[in-house]
Write a protein that binds this ligand. Sequence first.
Ligand code: AMP
Ligand code: ZN
Length: 472
Amino acid sequence: MNSSKIQFYNTLSRKKEIFAPINPPDVSFYSCGPTVYDYAHIGNLRAYVFADILQKTLEYSGYKVRRVMNITDIGHLSSDADSGEDKMTKGLLREGKEFTLKNMREMAEFYTEKFKEDLQALNIEIPENIYYASDYVKEDIELVQKLEEKGYTYKISDGIYFNTSKMPDYGILWGVAKNREESRSRIIENSEKINSEDFALWKFNSKIGFESPWGKGFPGWHIECSAMGMKFLGEQFDIHTGGIDLIPTHHTNEIAQSECATGKKPFVRFWMHSEFVDTGGVKMSKSENNFLRLESLAVKNISPATYRFWLLMANYRTKVNFVWEALEGAETALKRLYGLYLDLENETPPRTGQVGHIHQEYQNKFKEFLEDDLDTPRALSLLWDVFKDENISNADKKATILDFDKIFGLGFADLKEEIIPEEILKLGEKIEEARKNKNFKESDRIREKIEKKWEYEVKNTATGTTFTKKKI
Ligand code: AMP
Ligand code: ZN
């Protein structure tokens, strides 16, 4: 197993820390999953690209990862702080469906499938252990009962709440313990609550919901993740991920409930959070109606692989701003990388069957960059270096690039001939130049060369030169 020092930024300590799991080589890892009342947008998907890179880096370093992801299909209110409309109910209303648990579940399953399709398109490994929150309400109730027995709860007209003043270090993830006043101003008031930070463990709903000792209703969104995390990974586990917006309430409250229920600290050793995707300087979100789906990128011929590639150009803790020009630039750069890779395949004289070796020095650097808090921008620049290095055989380059791609997930191994090799594209530019100078003899000569050597049909069209692989 890997003995190098992996470092991750831990939101809990606000610094990079050496990562060591509780039970090496096993790593227990929980990712907060989507709320399935609508399609995911590309901002949401950043959180899952990040978790995927994290999982693959751990595996690359020799760890055995057990990753769990929840699907939030009940109990998530529009404001993370237990106010506003229930998101799933909002979804049913939008779709003109009756408010029943059955319809809620059907809608959840539909959007979960769509979510999985997005993950697949982005080359994200779908976690083996994905669970619907609505299947674990019994566990939620048991956890609330435990908190009730220990005196952490109280009842008001709309639900059972957690009394945060009973936990002296409530809010350490957010730094609230140090700055309670600031936190207060960010939470919507409910006059019946004892403290403004108190949050719902169980919300009453007389019309639709699950039976509980306190009355019909829904578990709080936070308790779902605590209960499922503990059920599948134990009372303490290694890593918990999500987007940064989950820090102040969702994850802060998960810590409070879990640690008060078990008496064990810390609930999770590494809390890791990915930054936002903004657009026009504002967070991409459904409520702002400024979001794009992965599918919508196709309108401008931006592939899911390009979106993934563009995200990896920035560290996961850096905010990124979506602009079409940047994505178009990424598409060009990725196509260039694909072309360079195909040139390695089409080398002359062909050395078919030659098995390459992963270049050790490059691999060591690659690992070093990723193990430094997932530094994907530096790892990507290394990819270009491998292509450019004249001291490595093409076969070794290919082996090294395919090895890197286990984490990058850009799809080099699946490239087929439809990607036109770089060399042909360059010759295409020469054809254009010759034709501009009316040197048709030269343009014909290059065309014939391409046709003979690579078996591509070359056509001069009004918009430029095109290449099509000849069918054999
Ligand atoms: P939701 O489906 O609303 O529960 O959100 C799923 C994940 O997407 C959460 O981890 C959020 O933190 C994350 N998220 C939401 N909006 C954005 C955004 N604009 N950029 C990056 N991540 C986001
Ligand atoms: Zn969660």
